[in-house]
Ligand binder design. Structure first.
Ligand code: BGC
Length: 713
């Protein structure tokens, strides 16, 4: 592919203006097949004869461009005519735009460019190829400015620029790979919920849901009139438009009208928002001229949960939105501020829940290939993938362990051994990295995010007080244990790692004889490394009770907190935390009006004030990891590690009287598995299961193996 094609760019420096590249071509014969193969340094939109090609927003997506650069292939047969014009506009995107505050601009190259090959087959069997080269023309487009964080300036009154020959340049093509991930596409349209005039007198539209995407406008305007609007997730305590938590991201659109009726939506930017403030608009525009469009990676919905508690149902909806809003070609931490990075920790924390909610196999496959590509020669794994921090943040416990935890989970959820075949070297390299960096089987690494955003530190620190070394050693054990399972699944020898594992666990128990925090206990229990699980579980319960029945866990401990309790004799306490409505809890944010999952337990406090402006996203999926406990414990739908991908499903619901009923279902490749329980008038419990293949049903410790069918108890 692209053998004869050249990378082309504009010869003139267009500054912030997005260039457009154009080529006219015609033929007389009948075309039976035509495919456009294309990618860009930047992000592109292609139009053929005035119509958009494909539906991939922000194509070609974000990969470790210096190692892997995706191209897309679109069938354009039906779009071709006798005389054709192809026009491709290129924005900065991740390739050239500013990323993570201002740490990086032009991260992979300082030029907007495209490379194209159109393969055409005619009815008479002959073929022709059209390639990008200096026969193409280039000009400025009406997109005067576009940056992911900052928004777009579009001048619809911009008269056509002069077309001039494009310049070609040499750049390697061996990094180009066919599309691996899911396309990022537009989803539903959300109409305004209400128009608010804030105390400051701002005109604000509320779309009622915090989403990722952009706003489409429709106007009947005069030449030169301006439509400007800014985006925000929340209003402040006084009800005014609040953008401080976006940090330096401007998230603003400026549209300059031409004469007459017109429509516009942004091309190369996206926002995380629920509200927009109309900064200027022609007088005849009404709220109905603004529509929000939800944009994210294609993922088929597979998981559903509901129960008798409407607030829990809202929490579940927020978890689903948290995933939709942040699965944007890569698993992002958040969609709104000047960050939006592929944080490895966040991804591994949430992945189990993600795989129940949606089919994310392909999505994670592509990202894990990038993770592998970004791994250093000595096996270390960056904190973000694609890695924009260079050597800055390598080898962080809990974050870098994504290298092992994510492929293992994708294998368990979908039962496809290929992910392990592809990732096993990367998984092994990460464990080997920890082994080399350890001493006496303890990974004494204190380069750390700690229990990120844990609540047990009094000094206002971002990091909880859990022992860094304990976290490092616990993940060293956990990842080694998962590596053993992966090697076994692949039929490879494991003796060496089994010995390593035994030694790590031994060293762990010698060193850590006391647990001080909820997170420390939760890790030791869920990773199954505590020698005396009973006493650790008691300690965990005691710590929670001592803290007024409140959780203190941050990113590291939270996914394990409820399972640690419910798997070790403290189901009632787990439910108490789950159903708690006051701060700190999952339902606190629901009570505060959240429509997504917050980064902080107290992103907004009971008095309406914010925790901080610096690190306060209202759309971070990490704490949504409680979703897997809802599927696995409340409804009891579990994966059988021996028969992954739901070949056999374990059904082990754990009801609690504070809920009248609960139900979940997951669409698997064998069909839909469903589990429901309810209490009748006499307080008797009933269970209903739909089994798509085979299942092990476990109720009150009694086990029963069943085949496909419906079962009621
Ligand atoms: C991100 C997190 C991430 C963390 C690492 C934050 O800025 O938003 O979600 O995991 O940094 O400490």
């Amino acid at each position: 592919m692209f053998e004869k094609s050249m990378w082309i760019k504009s010869r003139r420096d267009f500054g912030d203006v997005c260039p457009v590249f154009r080529f006219d071509f015609e033929f007389e014969q009948e075309v039976v097949n035509a495919v456009l193969n294309i990618t860009a340094m930047g992000v592109y939109e292609a139009e053929l004869n005035g119509k958009r090609v494909g539906n991939f927003i922000m194509a070609p997506g974000w990969t470790a461009y210096d190692k892997r650069h995706q191209y897309q292939s679109y069938d354009i047969t039906s779009m071709l005519k006798e005389k054709n014009t192809i026009a491709v506009t290129v924005g900065k995107g991740w390739y050239r735009g500013r990323i993570c505050e201002d740490r990086i601009t032009n991260g992979w190259g300082g030029v907007s460019a495209v490379i194209i090959e159109i393969d055409i087959r005619f009815a008479d069997g002959t073929e022709t190829v059209i390639v990008s080269d200096d026969n193409w023309k280039t000009a400025q487009s009406p997109i005067r400015f576009s940056e992911i964080y900052d928004g777009e300036v579009y001048d619809a009154s911009f008269a056509d620029d002069e077309w001039e020959p494009a310049g070609f340049f040499w750049f390697r093509k061996d990094l180009l790979i066919p599309q691996e991930g899911e396309y990022v596409t537009e989803h539903e349209v959300i109409m305004p919920n209400s128009l608010i005039i804030t105390p400051k007198g701002e005109r604000v539209i509320d779309f009622g849901q915090n989403i990722t995407g952009y706003v489409e406008i429709e106007a009947d305007a005069k030449l030169g009139e301006k439509i400007e609007y800014s985006h925000a997730e929340v209003l402040d305590a006084d009800g005014n438009f609040y953008t401080e938590n976006l940090r330096t991201a401007k998230a603003r659109i400026e549209y300059i009208c031409r004469d007459g009726k017109q429509k516009y939506k942004p091309h190369f930017t996206f926002m995380g928002f629920r509200y927009i403030r109309i900064d200027s608009a022609p007088e005849n525009m009404t709220v109905d001229n603004f529509k929000a469009i939800v944009v994210h990676s294609e993922m088929k919905r597979t998981g559903y949960f509901k129960c008798s508690n409407t607030k829990i149902n809202k929490l579940f909806s927020n978890i689903i939105w948290g995933q939709r809003d942040n699965f944007f070609d890569i698993p992002m931490d958040c969609p709104q501020r000047d960050e939006r990075l592929g944080w490895t920790g966040d991804a591994q924390i949430f992945i189990k829940t993600a795989t129940y909610n949606f089919d994310v196999k392909r999505f994670f496959q592509k990202w894990l290939h990038d993770l592998k590509a970004e791994q250093t020669n000595d096996g270390s794994v960056p904190s973000v993938v694609p890695n924009i921090f260079g050597n800055g943040a390598l080898g962080r416990p809990c974050w870098s362990d994504a290298a092992v935890i994510c492929p293992w989970q994708i294998y368990l959820s979908y039962g496809d051994i290929r992910i392990l075949e592809e990732q096993i070297d990367s998984m092994t390299a990460w464990v080997e990295y920890m082994r080399r960096d350890s001493s006496g089987f303890l990974w004494l690494n204190d380069k750390h995010y700690g229990d990120w955003l844990g609540l047990d530190n009094t000094d206002g620190s971002y990091k909880g007080v859990s022992d860094y070394i304990l976290i490092s050693c616990a993940f060293f054990a956990y990842s080694t244990g998962l590596l053993i399972k992966a090697l076994k699944a692949l039929g490879r020898p494991t003796a060496e790692y089994e010995e390593l594992y035994i030694n790590i666990v031994k060293a762990f128990n010698q060193r850590f004889t006391e647990y001080k925090t909820q997170t420390e206990c939760a890790l030791a229990l869920c990773f199954d490394i505590a020698e005396d699980k009973r006493s650790v579980a008691d300690k965990l319960a005691e710590l929670i009770k001592k803290n007024g029945n409140n959780l203190t866990t941050g990113f590291v401990g939270t996914p394990y907190l409820l399972p640690a309790l419910s798997e070790n004799g403290y189901t009632e306490l787990a439910y108490s935390l789950f159903l708690k409505e006051e701060y700190p809890s999952w339902l606190f944010s629901v009570n505060m009006g959240a429509t997504t999952v917050w980064e902080h337990w107290d992103g907004r406090m009971a008095n309406g004030e914010f925790w901080s402006a610096a690190m306060n996203s209202f759309n971070h999926y990490a704490y949504g990891a409680v979703g897997s406990w809802m599927y696995e414990t409340v409804a009891g739908i579990r994966i059988d590690e021996e028969k992954p991908g739901f070949e056999n499903v374990i059904l082990k619901p754990v009801p609690d009287k504070r809920l009248d009923w609960a139900e979940a279902s997951v669409i698997t490749k064998y069909g839909t598995v469903r589990s429901k329980w309810y209490y009748d008038k006499n307080d008797n419990i009933h269970y209903e299961f739909d089994v798509p293949n085979t299942a092990t049903i476990i109720i009150d410790g009694n086990e029963k193996q069943v085949n496909k069918g419906r079962y009621c108890f």
